[in-house]
Write a protein that binds this ligand. Structure first.
Ligand SMILES: *Cc1c(COP(=O)(O)O)cnc(C)c1O
Length: 381
């Protein structure tokens, strides 16, 4: 039997050919392929502007900068997220304040945000955790009268929908990831999207040392125009090598989604017959891409979450503990991160696990996982 990993990116000869073409062109850094990838991504996600970045963490950093967040400001974030969500506000000198999540979606709600906001709150980062769309409209409705900017951390959200549109389409700022653990990959890579032209232009400059003329534009001319550095910027660039892969991957998105949702449906039907397991589901306002297919191990299940992970490992199946809780990590546990209760976060982080789900997973492989879940459900004591 082969090892079943939690995720395996779907890459093929088309990506190999696309990278080869870029290498043969002689221009491998940020250039025409990045611009093409940005345009294609913006169109697909139904958002006016897309700015490619080196990863989602740097996209979140830029989002906070263009939103004007800085020292002395608070940024409400879920503790129940990959650590980058909480790290981003610290890069601009702001304080991450942790809010709890809803147990069904694993996401922020207006109530949990309300329990965490302070007089200094300047922004909220709402995550589409594991690809489950967050109810962004309700959170914006709560935040906007208070002058709070809502940034969507859509790292896991490509292909998920909210009220019939791609997630991110209704956000002032959204950040995306192309890490291999996500739905589409460029090795490392990210994107910042926004409907606001000035924010996109500033982000585009900031990701390239805040140069007034891009390196690609300077290279296009024999006598390169003199550039100016308008503020202190960063090197958060994606390369044309990565963008070429991204363009092929974007073309695979619809097929990936269809298969992922099919596999998730089979998981859902099977786990609903096992007492004590609660699978993640689509919320009423949208559809998930099931980037992380998680189940909660309830008290009535005969063995614990960690016991079940062990049982899966014995069958050479690599599950994962559910999403982490940032407030428990040494990087944040000693900091002042606010006073909101994080009971649901702790319940989910302690009792959920992520099952293998990837495009090329076969029905037989899925059955292998389900049979372990059944065996665990028949244990006594
Ligand atoms: C993966 C992830 C990130 C970080 O993405 P990178 O591209 O690796 O920087 C940020 N937020 C969430 C919710 C993630 O899952």
């Amino acid at each position: 039997m082969n090892r079943l990993n939690v995720m395996r990116p779907w890459l093929g000869e088309e990506e190999v050919a696309a990278v080869s073409e870029v290498i043969r062109s002689g221009w491998v850094a940020q250039g025409p392929r990045v611009a093409e990838f940005e345009r294609a991504f913006a169109d697909k996600q139904m958002i006016a502007h897309a700015v490619a970045t080196s990863n989602c963490t740097t996209a979140l950093h830029l989002a906070l900068l263009v939103a004007g967040v800085g020292p002395g400001d608070d940024v409400v974030v879920p503790s129940f997220s990959f650590i980058a969500t909480a790290n981003a506000p610290t890069y601009v000198g702001a304080r991450p304040v942790f809010a709890d999540v809803d147990c069904d979606t694993g996401n922020l709600t207006p109530d949990t945000v309300n329990a965490a906001v302070t007089d200094a709150t300047k922004a909220v980062i709402a995550v589409d955790q594991g690809g489950v769309p967050v109810d962004l409209a309700s959170i914006r409705e709560f935040c906007e009268p208070r002058g709070i900017v809502v940034i969507e951390d859509a790292a896991c959200g490509i292909g998920s929908t909210f009220q019939g549109k791609p997630v991110g389409a209704g956000a002032d700022l959204a950040a995306w990831s192309f890490h291999p653990r996500k739905i589409l990959t460029t090795g490392e890579g990210g994107m910042l999207t926004t409907p606001h032209r000035e924010w996109a232009e500033r982000a585009r400059r900031l990701r390239e040392h805040a140069m007034s003329v891009s390196a690609a534009a300077r290279h296009a001319q024999v006598l390169a125009p003199a550039e100016e550095y308008l503020e202190v910027g960063y090197n958060f660039r994606l390369t044309d090598l990565q963008a070429a892969v991204g363009l092929v991957q974007l073309g695979r998105l619809d097929e990936i989604l269809t298969r992922r949702r099919e596999l998730a449906k089979t998981y859902g039907a099977a786990t609903s017959l096992i007492s004590g397991l609660r699978p993640v589901q689509d919320p009423v306002w949208g559809t998930a891409n099931f980037q992380s297919y998680w189940i909660e191990v309830l008290p009535e299940y005969p063995i614990s979450r960690d016991g079940l992970l062990g049982l899966l490992a014995e069958a050479d199946i690599s599950g994962r503990r559910g999403i982490m809780a940032a407030h428990r990590q040494p990087a944040f546990s000693e900091r002042d991160w606010g006073t909101a209760s994080l009971d649901n976060t702790e319940r989910l982080t302690d009792n959920t696990l992520i099952l293998p789900l990837f495009h090329e997973m076969t029905d037989a492989e899925l059955d292998r996982v389900v049979s372990v879940l059944r065996t665990g459900g028949c244990r006594h004591g």
